[in-house]
Design a protein around this ligand. Structure first.
Ligand SMILES: NC(=O)c1ccc[n+]([C@@H]2O[C@H](COP(=O)([O-])OP(=O)(O)OC[C@H]3O[C@@H](n4cnc5c(N)ncnc54)[C@H](O)[C@@H]3O)[C@@H](O)[C@H]2O)c1
Length: 365
């Protein structure tokens, strides 16, 4: 019996998401060997020692980890503001890179990272947008491709987190780039995935005409200091006339809801219209009740198994990747433009080079 080669991978970042990634990497990826885990926060070594196999080396310095763990690839699951420097470092060290979205909170840095990745075509670079790895979203993509929904002219979505009494995301907002960049990038990506935004263009560089965003601090007034909101609405007009609209929120009291409606000329398809966590109903004096999916994290297990499998296969066997670096870049331009639109109360138009026209792409309002 021959042993299949395994990809030696180091995980950097053991936070909320990194902990899920670590478990999947250590126990649910036959083609990946988790050789190291790294986090800079105190106590992360103890977490790694009690949750990961003893063969996984712990590092508290990411560069040390990349250089000395024996990894051929890294998964970067750290705070957003650290992604770009870590990706650049890893690519310079000749490592394949998978990184959580978004690459950066600003377009210029995102562009630099995508250009660096393109300059090293022998290295794989994946920013996996999790909905593209979810079975329901994939099934609808198949319907879009086979034409059964007709011409897809619009996508409407909503993504609303459960209200968090600790206000965790208020602090999180300081580094996340704001709700349109942090959360909206998923809705933008899924809109782009279904809307065939590269078809029918007179200028292939320009995929978007204009965007406009509005928002409120309905519950968490403190978000205003970071130019952020707890409920935001976005309207995106693509250059081929297709429309994406979405509502983002952090204030739902029953749980997490993330719904997508794909509008075709023959039919609409709606994903996750019902946010119940299972099929159990309680029928009592209050009526018929179900439990809501508590948060988006419980949905990640299946898609995280698939994106890691795809990344390993791409490196080991030369398979293709569902998300191209260009997808992360195009989504970043739209997300940043929306955040700017909300902060400044203006629509943002895109120029003939496909860039959002903002006074300073790195500026905060
Ligand atoms: N569906 C998705 O794709 C999805 C969902 C949630 C979060 N995310 C993204 O994943 C990333 C992590 O999110 P989270 O909720 O786990 O954040 P988190 O704050 O819970 O965890 C981040 C971890 O990174 C560590 N860290 C920070 N800088 C580091 C460095 N330079 N080197 C090593 N470790 C470092 C921190 O100590 C912390 O443990 C964010 O960029 C977020 O946008 C993606």
């Amino acid at each position: 019996m021959t042993t299949q080669p395994r990809l030696k991978l180091a995980l950097i970042g053991l936070g909320r998401l990194g902990a899920i990634r670590a478990r999947i990497l250590a126990f649910q990826q036959p083609r990946i060997e988790l050789v190291a885990a790294c986090d800079t926060k105190p106590g992360a070594d103890e977490w790694a020692a009690s949750n990961l196999p003893p063969s996984v080396k712990f590092f508290d310095d990411p560069e040390d980890c990349m250089k000395n763990s024996g990894a051929e690839a890294v998964l970067i699951s750290t705070a957003t503001a650290t992604h770009a420097p870590l990706i650049l470092n890893a690519l310079d060290l000749g490592l394949h890179v998978m990184c959580e979205k978004p690459i950066s909170v600003d377009v210029i840095t995102t562009e630099e990272v995508v250009a660096k990745a393109a300059s090293k075509p022998h290295l794989k670079f994946l920013v996996p947008f999790c909905r593209r790895y979810d079975d329901s979203y994939r099934q609808v993509k198949q319907m879009v491709v086979d034409g059964s929904l007709g011409e897809i002219h619009a996508v409407e979505s909503s993504c609303i987190d459960q209200q968090d009494p600790t206000g965790f995301f208020v602090k999180f907002s300081e580094q996340s780039g704001g709700i349109f960049v942090d959360m909206g990038v998923h809705d933008i990506d899924i809109g782009r995935y279904y809307l065939d935004v590269k078809s029918g263009l007179t200028n292939p560089k320009k995929q978007v005409n204009r965007v406009v965003a509005m928002g409120q601090q309905a519950v968490y007034g403190e978000l205003a200091q970071y130019g952020d909101c707890d409920n935001g609405w976005a309207l995106v007009e693509f250059a081929n006339g297709k429309i994406l609209t979405f509502h983002l929120g952090r204030t739902l009291t029953n749980g997490f809801e993330g719904m997508t409606r794909v509008c075709g000329t023959k039919a609409h398809s709606v994903i996750n219209a019902n946010s119940t966590v299972n099929r159990v109903e309680v029928r009592d004096s209050h009526g018929v009740r179900t439990a809501t999916t508590p948060d988006a994290f419980v949905l990640y297990d299946k898609s995280f198994i698939k994106d890691l499998e795809e990344f390993a296969t791409a490196i080991l066997d030369g398979g293709s990747l569902t998300c191209a670096p260009e997808d992360a870049y195009e989504a970043a331009k739209i997300a940043t433009a929306l955040q700017y639109s909300f902060r400044n109360g203006v629509p943002v138009y895109f120029d003939d080079n496909g860039l959002p026209i903002m006074e300073d792409a790195k500026a905060r309002a």
